[in-house]
Design a protein around this ligand. Structure first.
Ligand SMILES: O=P(O)(O)OC[C@H]1O[C@](O)(CO)[C@@H](O)[C@@H]1O
Length: 226
């Protein structure tokens, strides 16, 4: 089970990097748009520096033709390191690029996945991760859970190495459902993760512990001053 941060925001990554046990950072052009017209290589290098060498960084290509996608992949690894995951939408051109890049030992995250067929092609092409779009599938009445269960079954039944990084979440219920259906990983906006710890019931329980403790040992008492 893995959690990834679905953000390109430096301060958000810094804030939550020491809070959540995360495995990597995923970006796409829409996520990076939110940062404005930054120097993109400096920005992505800074993300890499913050998360360190062990965690994965997923960067999406911005072109459509397979030859351009391949060139972009080379440029991305030249700028950010060979361990960078190249995110490629599963289209005819994208699939062609994925197959080629796997022969060159690139790390690939196949993305923009709405259907079982798209994911299956990417698994067969040797993608390291496939990213099914949970919320976007639900928005158009595709059964996201069935799609993820299908990928999980295919990967296990045919002994494939591909991992499912479920993506496009609008609430934590969707994230938990994705894991229950067999996703290995989920990429989530860190503020959604933080919100899941801010429930009034959690704070209520903590307040009660404090109240009980202080009723015996006095206000402000803790193991530090007893
Ligand atoms: O529907 P949304 O929130 O735009 O999400 C699209 C998803 O696509 C991805 O690019 C897939 O990895 C994620 O970064 C993102 O979660």
């Amino acid at each position: 089970m893995e959690l990834m941060f679905d953000t390109g925001n430096i301060s958000q990554i810094k804030t939550y990097a020491n809070v959540f046990p995360f495995s990597g950072v995923t970006t796409n052009p829409s996520i990076l748009k939110k940062e404005g017209k930054v120097n993109i290589w400096d920005h992505l290098r800074e993300i890499r520096n913050i998360i360190g060498p062990e965690k994965s960084l997923h960067v999406q290509v911005t072109t459509d033709r397979s030859d351009e996608i391949i060139k972009e992949a080379y440029k991305i690894v030249q700028q950010l390191g060979k361990e960078t995951y190249i995110k490629i939408p599963v289209t005819i051109e994208g699939l062609q690029a994925i197959q080629f890049l796997k022969t060159e030992d690139f790390h690939i995250t196949a993305t923009a996945i709405y259907t079982m067929a798209q994911g299956d092609y990417a698994i067969l092409a040797g993608a390291d991760y496939i990213a099914p779009y949970f919320n976007r599938m639900e928005n158009i009445n595709i059964d996201a859970k069935a799609v993820i269960r299908h990928f999980s079954h295919v990967i296990q039944a045919f002994h494939k190495e591909t991992k499912i990084v479920a993506a496009s979440f609008k609430n934590m219920g969707q994230v938990m459902s994705a894991f229950e259906c067999g996703a290995h990983s989920a990429t989530v906006d860190p503020s959604l993760l933080a919100d899941s710890l801010k429930m009034p019931a959690i704070q209520g329980a903590i307040d009660r512990f404090k109240e009980d403790w202080e009723s015996v040992y006095g206000k402000g008492a803790s193991f530090l001053n007893l």
